[in-house]
Design a protein around this ligand. Structure first.
Ligand code: ZN
Ligand code: ZN
Ligand code: ZN
Ligand code: ZN
Length: 475
């Protein structure tokens, strides 16, 4: 731990302990937007589904490990790199009968790898360093005493299986179960540059960083390497904060998500406003109902006589029954979407369009669920290569993104990127340049400028600019 502190100090960081928060990471100098605060390789990691390379999480030219028949590799170099860990894991997986092998989950594998890594460290096959060291895993919080009975039983069953597979001589089941609980609240989802999930990793140093619903930093990944960048000015001696959850949502929704998965009550700058008039208004806009008068932009609150919901701008009332009816129609359509298989793609599109129509009737125009449905439609139309429709749905989401995310949120940047690509492709070059410029302004802060992903974006912007100025010479 001392070694870690020394290393962190060199990077202008320090670990502190606050009574109500536990460990915290503090900056010992000013960090500015776009600046890298910390990089960390995963201590252990696994891809999220079976057809991904264990080494690089890639999906092309995959071959199964011939021994265990569970793990995939894209190349011999990836296989070689993973061999030290996989040799023992392969052995453990091969002990399972065929049926059981099918039920090997990423979290079970993550645990196997955690114990294998610990063993290899103690045997000095893998060296322990200041940032990569089982002691750092021991220091993570598990919240085990707050977990409900059902979950505990599940963890104990999984722990039993891990113990059987690895035949650990010096470990008790309780400790493995506690480690499952640690993984549940400390492991991070590893995403690609467009924030699509690829797998899970344990990053014990990054786990020291606490959560805020309005964070000053962002966690992104370069391959499996975790990178924390400042998205706001972080003054010297202040705490580095990232977000653990999707921050678009009312205070109640965010707090519920944090309580459920991370078992704490958030007291960040946004959360302390819970119940204040502005917070109630924002919650009603993002997750409540729209005014009966479609021209009115007011938000609705429950009327004291309990007749329904009353518009705070024009006073119109929407009855409980009407809202309930719309809700049940949306629900039954959503269930239909869940039931439909990939062969009924067209049906799924028609149903999703119907849901969007109903949500437009029911929700405020800044509603998050309406935004999510439009995002789904954007993706569906992209898959169908219907670029015009895709662009129109993308554009509808942007004002909501602007409202629900802070100005340097990567999701906002990525939405502008999609919008810009579509506009440019459809010949709206000037609009495309505007959107791509906005994307660059945001993503260069969250993603840096040196990754292949950002280089491609910068190149696209250059090309679009050149085309725009050429077009201007023609007019
Ligand atoms: Zn690979
Ligand atoms: Zn294997
Ligand atoms: Zn919060
Ligand atoms: Zn109104």
């Amino acid at each position: 731990m001392e070694e870690l502190e020394t290393d962190l100090n060199e990077g202008f960081l320090t670990i502190s302990t606050l009574p109500d928060k536990g460990r915290c990471l503090f900056a010992t100098k000013h960090f500015y937007p776009g600046e890298v605060i910390l990089r960390e390789k995963p201590y252990v990691s696994v891809p999220n589904n079976k057809s991904r390379c264990d080494g690089c999480f890639g999906t092309s030219s995959l071959k199964k490990c011939s021994v265990c028949q569970i793990v995939w590799y894209c190349s011999t170099s990836c296989q070689k790199e993973e061999w030290k860990l996989h040799r023992l894991e392969c052995n453990a997986l091969s002990k399972l009968d065929k049926e059981r092998r099918k039920s090997v989950t990423p979290s079970l594998r993550l645990m196997l790898r955690l114990y294998i890594r610990r063993r290899l460290e103690s045997e000095r096959v893998i060296p322990a360093t200041s940032m990569e060291n089982y002691k750092l895993v021991e220091a993570l919080i598990s919240h085990i005493s707050e977990i409900d009975e059902k979950q505990l039983v599940l963890y104990a069953q999984m722990a039993n299986l891990v113990n059987l597979m690895l035949q650990l001589p010096d470990v008790n089941i309780k400790e493995i179960a506690e480690n499952f609980s640690k993984l549940a609240c400390n492991a991070h989802t590893i995403c690609d540059n467009e924030l699509r999930p690829l797998g899970t990793g344990l990053f014990p140093v990054i786990s020291i960083i606490n959560h805020s619903c309005l964070p000053n930093s962002v966690l992104v990944f370069e391959g499996k390497l975790a990178v924390v960048r400042a998205v706001q000015h972080i003054p010297k001696d202040s705490e580095v904060l990232i977000s653990y959850i999707e921050t678009a949502g009312s205070t109640l929704t965010r707090q519920k998500a944090l309580k459920e998965q991370y078992l704490f009550a958030c007291k960040c700058v946004r959360c302390i406003k819970l119940g204040q008039p502005d917070d109630i208004k924002e919650g009603a806009i993002l997750e409540g109902y729209g005014c009966k008068n479609t021209e009115c932009d007011g938000f609705l609150l429950r009327d004291s006589g309990d007749k329904g919901f009353i518009c705070q701008q024009c006073g119109l009332i929407r009855s409980k029954e009407e809202i309930k009816e719309l809700a049940s129609e949306i629900k039954s359509l959503s269930e239909k979407v869940l039931d439909s298989t990939s062969s009924q793609n067209n049906q799924e599109l028609i149903t999703t369009l119907a849901i969007e129509k109903l949500q437009r009737k029911r929700c405020h125009r800044f509603s998050i669920s309406l935004m999510q449905t439009r995002d789904k439609l954007l993706k569906m139309f992209m898959d169908l290569q219907n670029w015009h429709e895709a662009l129109s749905y993308c554009r509808m989401t942007i004002p909501v993104y602007e409202r629900v995310y802070p100005s340097f949120h990567p999701l906002l940047g990525l939405q502008y990127y999609t919008c810009g690509k579509l506009e440019w492709f459809l010949g709206e070059t000037e609009n495309g340049v505007k959107s791509l410029t906005k994307a660059v302004d945001i993503l260069k802060i969250s993603h840096g400028t040196n990754t292949p992903f950002m280089k491609e974006l910068l190149m696209k912007l250059d090309e679009a600019r050149a085309e725009a100025s050429y077009k201007q010479t023609l007019t």
